[in-house]
Design a protein around this ligand. Structure first.
Ligand code: FAD
Ligand code: NAI
Length: 527
């Protein structure tokens, strides 16, 4: 009994200490201190975007080096890997976003965060024009500012290949709004913009035509990359874990089809993991159609080009388009201003130091660039952190250069030593000139040392959720690759993403959402 009492007391003390520490950390986060004001002597660094690349840059950046201005149409960072979980209601949309000010308010010098969309970058005059894209407009809605350095990290948009009907009828999985809309309207099985709602409830309506039920409950995911595969897995979980219980009469009729133009899904994973995913999907009754290309999306069907080139129209209730990325218009416009150097159709060409080729003072990171790396969060965040370190070196180099220019002016202004000067005056002038010369030489020596290391990407592995509490992982291991799939990998996937989330707040919210869904399931009520 005494032992149990001591154990009880120890547990209680540990719990209180843990809760106290947790509270302390959250309060530190909520109450940022006073920041240094902008310094007119410092150069202006404009950062476009608040995504993976630029958020990672802001976290590492030494803001005492610059006056920093962040411009982004979203005033938050979005943790994209968990976006498909929001789409089916596993996670609350707010759990995977982090306001940019939560990061910038903790920096030493103040950072100006402007919610606006950059519409033009002038690489010659070094200016950025941006517009207020919110619904509520103030007295000013468009402004142009100058920059000394620009970090360009606006990401990419969804690639539709101009396929007819995609913009109008399909749903995307790129922004928080896409997932929120899908979550809200999932029960409608009718994500098509501007069309009347119909879906699970419509399918369940007494006397509904059986062909119509089959159509309404057929969900087509286009693109067998990681986005399409993860979304199919999440959709399957929702149907299996929740809809089956609440709509038993429809359970067997719900179908998911994943359409991929290439011979296999997930080309970036090892053959072993591709086969594993395919067999898991087969077990989960998710149909994979490879070598099949979507040619058109209609209001109530998709038109497919089959492997034998025949054209088939398949009725469906919902189409989710996850067919890859393409450059934003502002990126294409910027590249068009530098036609000699920017010829890569995939995106902005940069050198090994992330400098945009042909532009002075512009650095580009993440999905908007065309590099040898895949357009992933992992690459963008490493580039962001790398660039923050380079910018610190550049600030030091610029300070040395400024000092050197000042000394050169002093040197030029020194009176020449002329024959006939009083010996003392001549000696003083000579000593002064020597001092200036020595300092100049020292500055030149230091400047010569300024050689930032090129960007080096360190691949930490690739993970993907495939549904039914299973995930796949290709991890670099002992100079080789370790491929694994299954429930243990799924637990690893969860803990990896939980620890990658940028803040304690996000980690707590996501963990709580997971627990809520485990206990109570997802919500199937319609607004
Ligand atoms: P983004 O993160 O897209 O950020 C771009 C920023 O620019 C945004 O803040 C945007 O609002 C802003 N912006 C847009 N237009 C303008 C403008 N005109 N002016 C100013 N700002 C602008 N990668 C992984 O490595 N692992 C994963 O598990 C993973 N899962 C993913 C899941 C999904 C559903 C998706 C869609 C992507 C996933 N990715 C994953 C890919 C990853 O999200 C991207 O590679 C990453 O977001 C690229 O970072 P970025 O900073 O270049 O762009
Ligand atoms: P993706 O480019 O990887 O895949 C898109 C797929 O759609 C391609 O396989 C393409 O062949 C197919 N496709 C294109 N047009 C088609 C058509 N008309 N009909 C049928 N299929 C068509 O795009 P995704 O999945 O959005 O990923 C984008 C980037 O984000 C990638 O670099 C990816 O690695 C990364 N990402 C990583 C994740 C992870 O690591 N877990 C998760 C999600 C994205």
């Amino acid at each position: 009994r005494g032992f149990l009492q001591i154990l009880g007391r120890t547990t209680l003390i540990t719990m209180f200490a843990g809760a106290g520490a947790f509270y302390y950390v959250t309060q530190l986060d909520r109450n940022p201190g006073t920041q240094l004001p902008f310094d007119p002597e410092k150069k202006t660094l404009v950062v476009l975007g608040s995504g993976w690349g630029t958020t990672s840059l802001l976290k590492t950046l030494d803001t005492t080096d610059y006056n920093v201005v962040v411009i982004s149409p979203k005033n938050f960072f979005l943790f994209t890997p968990l976006l498909p979980s929001v789409a089916v209601g596993t996670l609350n949309p707010r759990s995977i976003i982090q306001p940019t000010r939560y990061i910038t308010r903790h920096k030493t010098r103040q950072v100006s965060v402007i919610e606006a969309e950059a519409t033009d970058v002038d690489p010659i005059n070094k200016t950025v024009t941006f517009v207020d894209n919110s619904d509520i407009k103030g007295s000013v809605s468009s402004t142009t500012i100058s920059y000394d350095y620009l970090v360009y990290g606006v990401g990419a948009e969804v690639q539709t290949f101009n396929i007819p009907g995609v913009q109008k009828h399909a749903c995307f999985m790129k922004e928080l709004g896409d997932a929120e809309r899908m979550q809200r309207e999932f029960m409608d099985c009718e994500l098509r913009k501007g069309t009347p709602s119909e879906g699970v409830e419509t399918a369940a309506f007494p006397g509904q035509d059986s062909k119509e039920i089959d159509r309404l409950l057929h969900m087509v995911v286009v693109g067998g990359g990681p986005t399409g595969v993860e979304l199919s897995g999440e959709l399957h979980d929702f149907l299996e874990d929740d809809l089956k219980s609440w709509y038993p009469e429809l359970a067997g009729k719900i179908r998911i089809t994943l359409v991929e133009a290439l011979p296999s899904v997930l080309p970036m994973f090892s053959k072993q993991l591709i086969s594993y995913t395919e067999s898991q999907f087969k077990e989960s009754k998710i149909e994979i159609m490879t070598k099949t290309m979507v040619k058109e999306v209609k209001e109530r069907s998709v038109v497919l080009q089959m492997p034998d080139k025949s054209i088939v129209e398949v009725p469906c209730g919902m189409v989710v388009w996850a067919a890859g990325n393409k450059g934003r218009k502002i990126t294409q416009d910027l590249m068009a201003k530098l036609p000699q150097d920017q010829t890569n159709r995939r995106g902005i060409a940069v050198d090994d130091f992330m400098q945009m080729k042909g532009a002075n003072g512009i650095f580009a990171i993440g999905d908007c660039t065309a590099t040898s790396y895949a357009p992933t969060a992992q690459v963008a965040s490493q580039q962001g952190a790398y660039l923050a370190r380079v910018l610190h070196q550049i600030a030091r180099r610029d300070a040395l250069q400024d000092r050197l220019s000042a000394l050169e002016q002093v040197h030029a202004a020194l009176p020449p030593v002329v024959a006939g000067d009083v010996a003392d005056a001549a000696a003083t002038a000579e000593a002064e000139a020597k001092k200036v010369e020595e300092e100049k030489e020292e500055l030149k020596r230091q400047l010569a040392k300024f050689k930032p290391r090129p960007f080096h990407y360190s691949h930490q592995g690739t993970l993907a959720y495939i549904g039914s509490d299973k995930a796949i992982a290709d991890l670099p291991f002992m100079n080789g690759n370790f491929a694994s799939g299954g429930v243990a990998t799924y637990l690893f996937w969860r803990s990896a993403y939980l620890s990658t989330l940028f803040s304690l707040r996000n980690r707590t919210l996501v963990a709580t959402d997971w627990l809520k869904v485990k206990l109570f399931g997802r919500d199937v009520s319609r607004e």
